[in-house]
Design a protein around this ligand. Structure first.
Ligand SMILES: Cc1cc2nc3c(=O)[nH]c(=O)nc-3n(C[C@H](O)[C@H](O)[C@H](O)COP(=O)(O)OP(=O)(O)OC[C@H]3O[C@@H](n4cnc5c(N)ncnc54)[C@H](O)[C@@H]3O)c2cc1C
Length: 466
């Protein structure tokens, strides 16, 4: 593939993404294709080989009596999308967006989502242990650290209201006030912090091992096989025709695990799921074993809009992403773009001396940036992913739009989706949060809560001083 988008159009995956720390070394399944030619027909086509696509195939085959043939089609190397380019943080939201979600969807739906997210930490752990996956998985406490005094006060007040209201289970969340926040978190200038159970891991290592297991169970994988379209109607046998760069494949069931690229194949979703570009970095110290060790993962919140995410790696190095202060005032640099084949140049130097600037005890650490990369998220217009059977397209399913927050939402979503695809389980009995269900009303609304939320920033076009 060239540096441009695939020939299909504006929001298809681009060729030659900048290498991420996680995918820097070649892997045996890069370039892998199970057979030279695509099979002309198959029972289930899955488009996309990130955690959504691979997780769905994995869960489909958890029922060993299920004998369907499955092909995973991937435009680039396996797991070269967001799952291979993210922060590696499984950070369930216990309280931050709960008031917003309760306001939009009601308290019960907000609580259901918070519990679903919390259960992911142990769901990922169970998967890693059950399958013996070597992917640097670690359980940790995530610290959300607030640096702006007004924002810290507001968040504390809304946390206290949540405690009083008893909407969500906050047993695992611990609050530290200003007087101890800097010492407890290690973050300079901390005004308060919250901690709760989370995890971190090497996502693409996990996915490549799962893929290898699936290949051993006769799942077919076709990398570098972009899908350009799916027929508008099924044939007389109820099969959809999937057109790829390597020819056609017919299948009665098609699953779109296509994240921010979904609108390219399903134009009806192009307002509902928008590609958003993020930036991330890998930092390590020249002092090797003498580097101060971080035991927690972090969300560092500069104000209501700007925040970074950070995980320590077992080898002492650090992954930090965010840097919105440098480029979010300029919508064209991140909104609606799938260009992960280039950096956001104005944001790259943001990560220089990051640890020295923000963390106590790191001033003389010699910590330096090794790699910076970009990646494409799929932001949902109403903040919720779309999961389930696509309206008016029987046999076609979607699992996409996790709004930059997929690691505490996707794995169990793939389990629920697999039960719908394999056993015809209705969405309502699939174990998924009710607000994840894809519906005609959600897709056809002209309203985008996400855009309304971002609009003040675009209107002022002001660069953050942070
Ligand atoms: C920089 C960055 C940092 C992030 N950090 C975190 C984090 O720390 N924690 C967290 O929870 N979330 C994070 N996220 C979000 C998280 O990575 C995603 O929610 C999650 O990985 C989405 O998984 P997915 O399988 O849906 O999508 P992807 O991993 O993007 O997979 C979609 C795949 O579909 C393929 N595809 C698309 N269209 C086609 C087509 N037409 N033909 C063939 N193949 C196609 C793509 O090439 C891609 O491989 C981050 C994302 C980014 C970009």
């Amino acid at each position: 593939m060239t540096n441009k988008q695939t020939e299909t159009g504006k929001t298809a995956p681009v060729g030659n993404p900048v290498p991420s720390f996680w995918n820097a070394d070649p892997r045996p399944l890069d370039d892998f294709r199970s057979t030279k030619d695509l099979p002309s027909e198959i029972d289930i086509v899955i488009i996309g080989s990130g955690i959504a696509g691979v997780g769905t195939a994995y869960h489909l085959l958890q029922d060993t009596s299920f004998k369907a043939s499955i092909a995973i089609l991937e435009a680039r190397d396996p797991c070269s999308g967001a799952t291979g380019r993210n922060g590696g943080h499984v950070k369930p939201d216990a309280f931050l967006n709960v008031p917003r979600n309760a306001k939009i969807y009601g308290a019960a739906a907000a609580a259901e989502l918070a519990a679903f997210e919390a259960s992911h930490v142990y769901a990922v752990k169970d998967l890693v242990e059950r399958e013996g996956l070597d992917c640097d998985f670690n359980i940790t406490r995530a610290l959300d650290v607030f640096l702006n005094p007004g924002h810290a006060k507001q968040t504390e007040a809304s946390y206290r209201e949540l405690v009083k209201a008893g909407i969500v289970d906050l047993h695992d969340t611990s609050f530290t006030p200003k007087k101890d926040a800097e010492r407890v978190s290690g973050v300079k200038g901390a005004q308060c912090c919250f901690s709760y159970t989370a995890a971190h891991l090497w996502p693409s290592k996990m996915i490549h091992q799962l893929l290898q297991m699936l290949l051993n169970k006769d799942v077919k994988l076709y990398s570098h096989t972009p899908v350009s379209s799916i027929s508008g109607t099924p044939d007389e046998n109820g099969r959809w025709t999937v057109t790829t760069s390597r020819g056609l494949i017919k299948a009665p069931k098609v699953i779109y695990a296509t994240n921010g690229y979904t609108g390219e194949l399903l134009p009806e979703y192009s307002r509902s799921i928008v590609p958003i570009r993020g930036i991330c970095s890998h930092i390590s110290s020249t002092k090797g074993a003498d580097t101060p060790h971080l035991v927690n993962t972090y969300g560092i919140r500069f104000d209501a809009r700007n925040n970074d995410y950070l995980i320590p790696r077992p080898d002492g190095s650090i992954i930090v992403g965010g840097a919105r202060q440098r480029f979010w005032h300029n919508k064209g640099r991140w909104y609606g773009t799938v260009r992960d084949d280039e950096l956001v140049d104005e944001a790259v130097s943001y990560f220089d001396d990051y640890m020295q600037r923000h963390f106590r005890g790191w001033e003389d650490s010699g910590a330096k940036v090794n790699t910076v990369w970009t990646g494409i998220m799929g932001y949902s217009a109403d903040f919720m992913p779309h999961v389930g059977e696509i309206p008016e397209k029987p046999g076609q399913f979607i699992i996409a739009g996790f709004t930059g927050h997929g690691m505490p939402q996707i794995l169990l979503s793939t389990k629920g989706l697999a039960s719908m695809v394999r056993d015809g389980v209705p969405f309502e009995n699939s174990g998924l949060p009710r607000i994840f269900k894809t519906t005609k009303a959600r897709i056809s609304t002209k309203r985008s809560l996400m855009e309304e939320n971002l609009d003040p920033l675009w209107r002022t076009g002001r660069k953050s001083k942070l």
